[in-house]
Every structure is written in structure tokens, then in C-alpha cells.
Ligand binder design. Structure first.
Ligand code: ADP
Ligand code: MG
Ligand code: MG
Length: 895
């Protein structure tokens, strides 16, 4: 018989697959002897069974019964008991935490009868009826699917008629009144009474938690976070403890370090006389956790002791949910906490200093994506600005955009290319789409642990919460402050998630201190970015010591080359040359392509030669001593010719107006002749080089002359010539012969030998399959993974990304675009076969990657696993690639 139900005392933190994160950690805390209310966990296997078959496993009902009986025995109370009822919470909890995405029902077990028992036994009728109304509300929305607004409206109406602001001011008669209203609502909406059988409540709640795995918002979240769709959630049934039993009770959330900045200290929110979600929902503004010391010193001290213990146990930042019931502390949840990028770097460095983790582990704890976030710009500290309010710094960054007051508007504007700031009183999980679409999120309520804050941090969105001074009026689509500032929908505002400030209008942004430091500039100690910068530099050092992969940059201009070098690039892996033939030079290239006589052609070449040589001299000089892989001309011919449509119109108009343009007509005929249906697969790359050999010859000569010139100035230029779009070794041999001849000519003229390696892009499937032949003629391979992805899949990026990628992603045909992360199974396999066979044929063959994948963390890990020599990416991604290349050495993905 399969065991689907486990007591909290039966598991540990390593059982996340089976018990979900929440269940595994409840078990761990129970094992550590911490005060956890007793309970049991229904495994993810039961959920998967339910999700695939539509039915709970047969044994489940009985197993829940057995554990419930044991629980009742243990706590000496019974579900539904008329005297002293046991109440439980039914809580979701998947393997990977999905904050606020799935459902939890509190106070299960209350009925018309047991509520009277609870009132009598607790001596607090208001509390009992408050708990009952919460149950009907949560059960009504979660299990019965009634719109939450229905309940909220009735609560708001009651508060209004009693002329009070907050639910704590409602008394027992109000609660009884609301219970009746809610029950009527349930009947009206579902045609049935609110269930009075506690076991039935329990079973329905369990099923609802299973079902909540597949709510729309949970699916979106999983897609966003790349969590597999089929793992399912566990269900935790946990004895209720009550934070709403008066002012000596309360509920809170705490962090062992600041999840926003990584600073050490006491961080969290506490709300007296409240239950569960109240803190997170931002219903009332919370107290700082430190204030709990005044309210209840004993609990406060105990909590701090537990937090320190958890950190030493988990060796990481933990976040915690707790409840105090009449002076007794209960732990309801812990997990290794989410954190901002800045906090991740600082905490990793701190934990090494504290001797809790070693350097390799520190490197595992930070990611390239986090580093990229820290490289985002920040507000210019010297720019004038109009501060209108200050709230909590919930998720860092500088965001500027038009204020939108609901998610639909935010999404619509973002689709039009606008920058948007989503402004809400508080967010709820339905705002997810709006948050994804926005640059930043601003809420008037909630703390650093509110839904808005947690989700924004997870997504790397800038967020400011709890701006008390804001009066947000979603109906009128505007907000105002006490000082009279008013922002209507569409007005531009700026928010600073690092200090919680809100400004009117646009505040200019400046580069981050981390970028300055990575560029080699020193950062003032007083700068509040200094601790983060410090931690980043330390971890970059560790990564550089660790990594095997070289990191180069894709750079086409001297400026980019210099920038890449300062950011730690060990050379240029891809220097494109097409832009050198555009702009004012395009006309010359046009003449070259259209030349009728050798003489015309020679004149055009003469004109281009010195320009091209100057291009290379500058780049090689900027990269002195480091390899620069220069790709010979790659794009289709038509990119250098006038647009076919424009030209046709011009010729037609000229004819129609009786002034035919002979020259334009001839040009048009030529353009038509060269027109291609499928330029991507047409005359480009090496094909063009073979048809118009003067083009490549020109480039090779310019490279060789630039090299000779720099050498004569005492420098050490290291160019490498890369031939694009080779499919067959014969193509490469042909170009190679020509190139060597040209280089030889230049060397003879210079009077010394010039050795310039010649290699090729591998970007066509045929090239990968004939790599051992091609390697005979190539001193290096550089995988052009963009084109290789296009040609391997048989689709062109520009055409497909908008047309059907959304459908493909939705259907799970791929989890992430193959242009973003290398498709390891298909394209990656071609790469690894070609790399392997190439090296076999020519052991000193150097192998790199120059597609955009070179800067993508997942792809870098793949390239490390197949032991390539280097990756090349855009200059700004170089630090990210260095970090990930170091991290990749630590994982055991190597084949
Ligand atoms: P989430 O995953 O959204 O955090 P939880 O299952 O942790 O959902 O529960 C929601 C809220 O209810 C939390 O604030 C939690 O602390 C509280 N809660 C859950 N179970 C209990 C319980 N047995 N007693 C008191 N409060 C509870
Ligand atoms: Mg929780
Ligand atoms: Mg290409």
C-alpha cells in the first residue's frame, strides 16, 4: 500500500519532492524541537494522482482519517467538537515556493455548533465568530469559487455602517452578522448550505488545494519561473494557533537578514491581534518586528534565538512565519528566503566571512542574472527631482514610467511600448500580468513582505510599498498625497526601490556603481553601494579563479572593444564588418557590386581600402595583445543595394510623369536580378566572397596591412580571420588560399612574416556534420549559434518570434526560446559533435561560441560541459559570462 500521508515528525528538509517545501521544512522544524503546531502532510504524489486521474487515490481518505485521529488524540481535541473543537489549516506547498500562488484555508472545522464551543472555551466570543467568518470567506472563495469581492463588499459595508476603519474595531455582533451574511451568500451563489460536517470541509479543502495548482495565476507564475507543470503540490494540515485572540496575540513574518539589501539585523513585520494572511495582504499597516520587543519581550527573545538557530542550520538567509497566541510563540513556516540581487551577493560574502559556507558554495549562491540586475542603471544622485512621498524600499532599481491604476491598463500600455508603473493600494495574485508588464510597482499599503514586494523581488522589478501618504483612488484613476500632489493615470512618475522614494516626473538615471567598479573605477567607501560592490568584486575574483572557459566579447567598434576589455574580456570573439560598408560607404559598395568593368571595380576598391584598414587598425590597437576574430563580410548582397520597392516606385513615378530616369531603371534591373526570395539562405557569407573575390581580398589585405602597421609601431596585434557560413571544406580552402596569398604579399612588402590564423564560423548543420574535414583547413571554429539555431530548426528568427513562439512556449514545445538559451538536445548536440570531431582531427583547434548564447547562463553551463575553449558575448554581458563560467565549473554537468 502506498503511503500518501506523513506526520510532521516523519520528514526532513530533504523531502521537498515528496512533501513540498513547506511540508519538508515544517518537518525539519519539528525535528529540531521548535514549537510547530502538530499536523501532517499529504504528499505531492497524491496530488499528481488527482491531477492526472481526476480522483484522489483510494487509500487517501482512510490515511487522512488515521492521521486525523492521531492528531486529535495528541492535542486532546476533536474536529467539530461542540465543547472545545480542534481547528486546522489546510495549506498548499509545492516543491518550489510559489508565494501567494496557491490556496490555504484557515479555521477548518468550525460549524454553527463548534463556533459556540470555541467561544466558550476561549472565553472570547468575538474571536470565535471572527474565525468563523474568516473560514466561510476563505472556504467560499477557495473551495466554492465565489468571487472574493462579494465577501469584501459585505465586510466593507459593515465597517461603514458601524463607522469604523478597521476590522479589529468590529465587535462580536458584527461578526455574527457577517457570518449570517456570508452563509446567505454561499447559499445564493452555490445553491447549497455552507458544509456543517467538518470532515467534509477538510476533504473539500484538500481537493481545492490540489486544484489550485492549476489556477491561471499559478500557471503564469510557473512559466515565468520555469517551474515544471507536472510536479503538483503537497497539502499540509496543521493545527490552528490563533494570533487574533487579543492584543497579547498576533502574527508576523521575519527574515534573518535584510532580504532587500543583505544587511545584518532584525527584519520583519508584526501585526497584533491578527490572523494569517493579514500581514501579507497589507490590510492594516504593520509594526516593525523590532517593536515586538516592547510588546512581548519573552516571545521576542525566543524568536530571535530560533532565527539564529535556523540560520546556522540552513546556512542561509531564512524567512519565517510565526504566530503568538496569548504569549506563546508558534513557528508556522520557514524556508531559505528569496532575496534581491544585492542581498544575494552580500549574504554570500558574509556567510564566507562568518565561516558558515566555503568559497565555492558562495559562488553557487549568486547568479549571472542577479549580477545583470545590479548592472542596471540607477537614479542620478545629482539630478533635481520632486519628491512627493516615501514608502518602503521593497525591491531595488530605478523605474520611470506612466502611472497605470490597474493591470489591464499596464499590460495594454506596455504592449504599445510604453514604460509603465503599476500603482495599486495593494497587489494580489491577479496583478501578476500587470507586474510583469511594468517597469515598477507602487503600492500605498503593505510592508516589505507584502505580495507586491515578494513578487517584485522575485521578478527583479523595482517596487515601493507601504507609502502611507498616498491616497490611491483606482476608481478615479489617480492618487494624491497629503501635501496636495496629484497624479492622474498616464502621468509620468519615478520610483526608487532602493530607498522607497516616489518622484513626480522623470528622474534621469545613471549607471550603477557595480558597473563602475567592474570597469575598474573605485567606489567611495561612503557610497551606500560600497558593500555590494565589495561583495560583487570578491565573487568575481572567485569566479575568475575557478573558471576554465575564456570570455571574449562581440565588438565591432573601437569603443566597444575598449569597454569590453575593461569589463574583463580576453579578446574579441566576433568583430562584424558589415557596418563598415554601410552609411556613406554603402554607395561605394553599390558601385563595386554593380561594376561592369574591371576598372570601375578597381576604383571602388581603391576608395574602400584605406577606410577599411583604418577600421581594423583602431580595433586591433584597442585590443593590443589580445586575439581579435574578424569575420569577413557576411550579410546578403541586397543589404548594400537600394530597396527594391523604393526603387521600383521611383522608376515608375519617373516614367508616369514623362521623365524616365535611365540610370535608376538600369539599377532597378540589376537589383531585380540580385533579388532573393530567401536572403538568409541566399548569396551571403563565403558564397558572396567566392562570387566577388575582391571583397574578401580587400578585407584580408586591410587586416594584414593594419597588422603590419601596428607591428612596426611596436605593438602586438593578434587578428584572426573568420570565414562565415561555410558548409563544405572546399569553400574554406578556396578562401584560405586567396587569403594566404594576400597575407603573403603584405608580409613580403613589410619584410617580415605575418602569421594570421584563419578559421571559420560553424553555423550550418552540414558544417557540423563535416567538422573533421573542415578542421583540416581551419585553425579555429567559432560556433555561430544564432544561425545554427535558425538553420537547424529551419525557421528565421525575425519571422517566428512574433508569429508562433508565444504558442510554442504556451504549449510547452520549448520551455524557453532556443534563441535565448541553447537548445542543448538539438542544436547543442550538433555543436558538441562538431567540437569533438574537430578536436580529434586537429588537437590544437581552438573552439569558441560567438552567438548571443555566449552571454546566457544556461548556455554557458552547456558550453562548459562540452569543454569549449571560450564564449563570446556582448561587452555588457562579459561580467555575467565570467561569473557563470566560474559557476559552471562547480556543477557536475560535464559530459
Ligand atoms: P502561503 O504559502 O501563501 O504563505 P500558508 O499556508 O503559509 O500560505 O498560510 C497562509 C497564512 O496563514 C500564513 O500567514 C500562515 O502563517 C497562516 N497559517 C497557516 N496555517 C496556520 C495555522 N495552523 N495557524 C495559524 N496560522 C496559520
Ligand atoms: Mg506561508
Ligand atoms: Mg551567421
Amino acid at each position: 500500500m502506498h503511503q500518501y500521508v506523513f506526520d510532521f515528525s516523519q520528514g526532513s528538509k530533504d523531502d521537498k519532492d515528496l512533501l513540498g517545501g513547506k511540508g519538508a521544512n515544517l518537518a525539519e522544524m519539528t525535528r529540531l524541537g521548535l514549537p510547530v503546531p502538530p499536523g501532517f502532510t499529504i504528499s505531492t504524489a497524491a496530488c499528481r494522482h488527482y491531477l492526472t486521474t481526476g480522483f484522489e487515490p483510494d487509500e487517501l481518505h482512510r490515511q487522512v482519517g488515521t492521521h486525523l485521529a492521531e492528531l486529535q488524540e495528541r492535542v486532546g481535541r476533536r474536529l467539530g467538537d461542540p465543547e472545545d473543537p480542534l481547528l486546522v489549516s489546510v495549506r498548499s506547498g509545492a516543491k518550489v515556493s510559489m508565494p501567494g500562488m496557491m490556496e490555504t484555508v484557515l479555521n477548518v472545522g468550525l460549524t454553527d455548533i463548534s463556533v459556540i464551543g470555541l467561544a466558550a472555551h476561549s472565553g472570547d466570543p468575538r474571536f470565535a465568530w471572527d474565525s468563523y467568518r474568516r473560514l466561510i470567506q476563505m472556504f467560499g472563495t477557495t473551495v466554492l469559487g465565489i468571487d472574493a469581492e462579494n465577501f469584501d463588499d459585505r465586510l466593507e459595508a459593515r465597517k461603514k455602517s458601524r463607522n469604523v476603519d478597521s476590522d479589529v474595531e468590529l465587535d462580536v455582533s458584527d461578526m455574527k452578522f457577517l457570518v449570517q451574511e456570508y452563509k446567505d451568500l454561499v447559499f445564493a451563489e452555490t445553491g447549497r448550505d455552507f458544509p456543517q460536517d467538518p470532515r467534509q470541509q477538510l476533504d473539500l479543502a484538500i481537493r481545492a488545494v490540489f486544484d489550485s495548482w492549476n489556477t491561471e495565476r499559478a500557471k503564469i507564475y510557473r512559466r515565468q519561473e520555469r517551474i515544471p507543470d507536472d510536479s503538483g503540490t503537497a497539502v499540509n494540515v496543521c493545527t490552528m494557533v490563533f494570533g487574533n485572540l487579543g492584543s497579547d496575540s498576533g502574527t508576523g513574518v521575519a527574515f534573518t537578514r535584510d532580504p532587500a539589501t543583505g544587511a545584518q539585523g532584525i527584519y520583519g513585520d508584526y501585526l497584533p491581534n491578527a490572523q494569517g494572511e493579514d500581514v501579507v495582504a497589507g490590510i492594516r499597516n504593520t509594526l516593525a518586528l523590532a517593536d515586538l520587543e516592547q510588546l512581548d519581550k519573552a516571545c521576542y527573545d525566543e524568536l530571535l534565538g530560533i532565527m539564529a538557530r535556523l540560520e546556522r542550520h540552513y546556512l542561509d538567509l531564512c524567512d519565517i512565519e510565526f504566530t503568538i497566541e496569548r504569549g506563546k510563540l508558534w513557528m508556522l513556516q520557514t524556508r531559505v528566503g528569496k532575496r534581491t540581487a544585492a542581498a544575494a551577493f552580500r549574504i554570500a560574502a558574509q556567510l564566507v566571512d562568518e565561516g558558515l559556507i566555503d568559497q565555492d558554495e558562495a559562488l553557487r549562491r549568486v547568479t549571472g542574472q542577479q549580477l545583470a540586475q545590479l548592472m542596471f542603471p540607477q537614479f542620478d544622485p545629482d539630478a533635481p527631482r520632486e519628491l512627493i512621498a516615501t514608502g518602503m524600499a521593497a525591491s531595488p532599481g530605478a523605474a520611470v514610467g506612466k502611472a497605470a491604476f490597474d493591470s489591464a491598463t499596464a499590460v495594454a500600455w506596455a504592449d504599445e511600448g510604453e514604460d509603465v508603473i503599476l500603482v495599486r493600494r495593494e497587489t494580489n495574485p491577479d496583478d501578476l500580468r500587470g507586474m510583469v508588464a511594468s517597469r515598477g510597482v507602487l503600492t500605498s499599503r503593505g510592508g516589505r513582505t507584502s505580495h507586491a514586494a515578494v513578487v517584485a523581488r522575485g521578478m527583479g522589478r523595482t517596487c515601493v510599498t507601504g507609502v502611507d501618504a498616498l491616497r490611491v483612488d483606482p476608481g478615479a484613476r489617480q492618487f494624491s498625497t497629503q501635501d496636495g500632489a496629484r497624479v492622474v493615470e498616464g502621468d509620468v512618475i519615478s520610483i526608487d526601490g532602493s530607498n522607497g522614494e516616489v518622484y513626480l516626473g522623470t528622474v534621469p538615471v545613471v549607471p550603477s556603481a557595480v558597473v563602475d567598479a567592474l570597469h575598474g573605477e573605485s567606489v567611495a567607501e561612503a557610497d551606500d553601494q560600497a558593500p555590494v560592490v565589495d561583495a560583487v568584486l570578491r565573487l568575481m575574483d572567485l569566479a575568475d579563479q575557478q573558471r576554465r572557459l575564456g570570455v571574449r566579447a562581440n565588438a565591432d567598434t573601437p569603443d566597444d572593444a575598449r569597454r569590453a576589455r575593461r569589463l574583463g574580456a580576453a579578446g574579441i570573439g566576433l568583430c562584424r564588418t558589415e557596418h563598415m560598408f554601410l552609411g556613406p560607404r554603402r554607395k561605394v559598395v553599390e558601385r563595386l557590386i554593380l561594376a561592369r568593368t574591371a576598372e570601375q571595380r578597381e576604383t571602388a576598391l581603391e576608395e574602400l581600402r584605406p577606410l577599411q584598414r583604418a577600421d581594423f587598425t583602431e580595433i586591433l590597437e584597442a585590443m593590443d595583445g589580445l586575439p581579435v576574430t574578424i569575420r569577413l563580410l557576411d550579410p546578403p548582397l541586397h543589404e548594400f543595394l537600394p530597396d527594391l520597392t523604393d526603387l521600383s516606385v521611383k522608376v515608375a513615378v519617373a516614367e508616369a510623369t514623362g521623365t524616365p530616369d535611365q540610370e535608376a531603371a538600369e539599377l532597378l534591373a540589376e537589383v531585380q536580378r540580385l533579388h532573393e526570395q530567401n536572403p538568409m539562405l541566399g548569396m551571403r557569407g563565403v558564397r558572396l566572397g567566392l562570387v566577388i573575390p575582391e571583397l574578401f581580398a580587400l578585407q584580408v589585405r586591410a587586416i594584414a596591412e593594419a597588422t603590419a602597421e601596428l607591428r612596426s609601431r611596436g605593438l602586438d596585434p593578434c587578428p584572426e580571420i573568420m570565414v562565415p557560413l561555410v558548409a563544405a571544406v572546399q569553400e574554406l580552402e578556396s578562401v584560405r588560399e586567396m587569403a594566404q596569398e594576400t597575407i603573403g604579399d603584405v608580409a613580403t612588402a613589410a619584410g617580415y612574416e605575418l602569421s594570421i590564423p584563419i578559421g571559420t564560423m560553424i553555423e550550418l548543420p552540414r558544417a557540423t556534420m563535416t567538422a573533421s574535414q573542415i578542421a583540416e583547413a581551419a585553425e579555429f571554429f567559432s560556433f555561430g549559434t544564432n544561425d545554427l539555431t535558425q538553420t537547424a530548426w529551419g525557421f528565421s528568427r525575425d519571422d517566428v518570434e512574433a508569429a508562433f513562439f508565444p504558442t510554442y512556449l504556451e504549449r510547452g514545445i520549448f520551455g524557453v526560446s532556443p534563441f535565448e538559451s541553447i537548445d542543448a538536445e538539438g542544436v547543442g548536440r550538433l555543436v558538441s559533435i562538431a567540437a569533438w570531431e574537430g578536436k580529434e582531427a586537429r588537437p590544437d583547434l581552438k573552439i569558441g561560441v560567438c552567438g548571443e548564447h555566449g552571454g546566457d547562463p544556461a548556455s554557458i553551463h552547456f558550453f562548459e560541459s562540452i569543454l569549449l575553449d571560450y564564449v563570446s558575448c556582448s561587452p555588457f554581458r562579459v561580467p555575467v559570462a565570467r561569473l557563470e563560467a566560474g559557476r559552471a565549473r562547480l556543477s557536475d554537468e560535464r559530459s
